[in-house]
Design a binder for this molecule. Structure first.
Ligand code: NAD
Length: 502
């Protein structure tokens, strides 16, 4: 069996090994899940919620050890590493309360004369096995954010975490077994080929990661005719209009760009500041970015920005900064001249760029690093056009004192979520459905949609009265045809003339 080394991004230390599982091993795990799937699906949503709540308690009882493990494999500051379990707990509580109502059988109102002789029952039937494939930036949070509603919907779930950060997910999934829950939740470890094997075996794929891999998964899912949900990349913009609270906007921009070393799908990756407030805003964000403490944290909150997950990721950031600088941009803080605190090439200093334009990679391509390019704009219309000039459409932020103006601007932005005078707030509003557009993905997250997407709606129609035959059945005749047609017109037409005559 081949193994994958898991390396600490802070100092290159070996943290452990996990199996690089083959397609046959994935097949075996999925077969196990499949054999337990129908019994799990037959439980009521409330019964499943009881298991999820028990699992929540287990997570809380093991919170510190899981958060430490997560910190070791991601290099996150403690303030961030210690947030993923509370986030997962919120998701468990929210979906556990929501599921019984949203997944209940529904008897639908008879909407027309044509349906009056039928009873109509809508039943939510879970996909037997759901595959959840996740990236390295929030290994546990993102895995559970999708696995929890899928389990509550009645599906069995196999999670494939990133090969860079598999340890926390593997440890957390063990908890499901420890609480004695039915064997419907498993983790498989490995690199891309293991993920590809998951796509070949499951009945629904929920993927979070790059648009490149998302596209490959969508193609395989299409070939197998199975549904998939894709949560992909972003190039999220922050707009600072002339009447904004500049101090709050600057704090939001710096946190939005630098949190998790900028490795968030919804990181603030470009700012458009109105010319009236541009200088003040740039001065503030530069000062705040300069004050950030870069380095290795333990549990003592001594760092604000950790390393990038891989040295390849650091190279992407460095290349974007160098390209911008070579074409006239200026770094007010950070950039390649800043003291590099790197031990093995994974840290990058928080960097603010000005004098940037839309021909530069840093304004067009996903950065996924601690970089904040700021552009001056003269009008709201110009800002809206620039925000929409992107192949991505995940989320955006608008700062202005005028709430109505903010909502008007928000409705013009082609993105899945807009935060007004806030940043990342949409990540915590679990009841609010959202769906990235363009190359940021396919399908919804949050709210009832997050549960129901793991089910197919099944229609059960019952005849309320049972004559020997129905007027639309055989044998066809001119008289019956004319009566049926006349009745159809009488019911469907509007206005006496159209109801009664041809
Ligand atoms: P990635 O696409 O390289 O990998 C994601 C996962 O896919 C990993 O587990 C990987 O092993 C697996 N994989 C690789 N090849 C595969 C294949 N052929 N078939 C199936 N699975 C395969 O992404 P990454 O580098 O781990 O993460 C960074 C990306 O994730 C960024 O683009 C970021 O924007 C995106 N992201 C999106 C969201 C969101 O909610 N929209 C959240 C976090 C991260």
């Amino acid at each position: 069996m081949s193994l994958i080394d898991v390396i600490s991004p802070t100092d290159g230390r070996a943290l452990g090994q996990v199996p690089d599982m083959s397609a046959a091993e994935v097949d075996e795990v999925v077969r196990g899940l499949r054999s337990a799937a129908s019994r799990w699906a037959a439980l009521t949503a409330s019964q499943r919620a009881r298991w999820l709540r028990k699992y929540r308690d287990w997570l809380l009882d093991h919170e510190t050890e899981l958060a430490r493990l997560l910190q070791s494999e991601t290099g996150k500051p403690w303030a961030e590493a210690n947030l993923e379990i509370p986030y997962a707990v919120q998701a468990i509580n929210y979906y556990s309360a929501l599921a019984p109502g949203q997944l209940r059988d529904q008897r639908l109102r008879r909407h027309s004369l044509l349906a009056i002789t039928k009873t109509q029952l809508l039943v939510w039937r879970p996909y037997p096995v759901v595959g959840v494939i996740t990236p390295w930036n929030f290994p546990l949070g993102l895995s559970l954010l999708d696995a929890v509603p899928a389990l509550l919907a009645g599906a069995s779930v196999v999670v494939k975490p990133s090969e860079h950060t598999p340890l926390t997910v593997r440890a957390a999934v063990r908890g499901w077994t420890e609480i004695g829950a039915p064997p419907v939740f498993a983790a498989v470890t490995g690199a891309g080929a293991t993920g590809a094997a998951v796509v070949e075996q499951v009945d629904y794929v929920q993927f979070t990661g790059s648009d490149r891999i998302g596209r490959a998964i969508a193609q395989r899912a299409a070939a197998r005719l199975i549904p998939c949900g894709l949560e992909l990349g972003g190039k999220d913009a922050l707009l600072v209009l002339e009447d904004a609270n500049i101090e709050r906007a600057a704090n939001a921009a710096v946190w939005g760009a630098m949190a998790n070393a900028g490795q968030m799908c919804v990181s603030v990756e470009r700012v458009y500041a109105h010319t009236d407030v541009y200088d003040q805003f740039v001065a503030l964000v530069s000062e705040k970015a300069r004050a950030l403490r870069v380095g290795q944290d333990d549990q003592s909150y001594r760092a604000d920005v950790g390393p990038l997950a891989t040295s390849e990721q650091r190279q992407i950031v460095a290349a974007q900064v160098e390209e911008a600088l070579s074409r006239g941009a200026v770094a007010t803080v950070g950039g390649p001249t800043a003291r590099d605190r790197d031990a093995d090439g994974r840290y990058y200093p928080p960097t603010v760029l000005v004098d940037v334009d839309h021909s530069m990679d840093c304004m067009r391509e996903e950065t996924f690093g601690p970089l904040l390019p700021v552009m001056r704009i003269d009008t709201e219309d110009e800002a809206v056009a620039l925000v929409n000039d992107s192949r991505y459409g995940l989320s955006a932020t608008v700062f202005t004192a005028d709430r109505r103006r903010a909502e008007r601007v928000a409705r013009r932005l082609d993105v899945g979520a807009v935060n007004i005078n806030d940043v990342f707030a949409n990540l915590f509003t679990l009841a609010l459905q959202q769906a990235g557009c363009r190359e940021s993905g396919l399908g919804v997250r949050n709210g009832a949609g997050a549960l129901r997407k793991y089910c197919r709606p099944q229609a059960i129609v019952t005849a309320r009265i049972q004559p020997r035959s129905e007027p639309t059945w055989y044998p066809y005749s001119a008289l019956r045809g004319a009566i049926v047609h006349r009745i159809g017109r009488l019911i469907g037409g509007r206005g006496l003339a159209r109801r009664l005559w041809r």
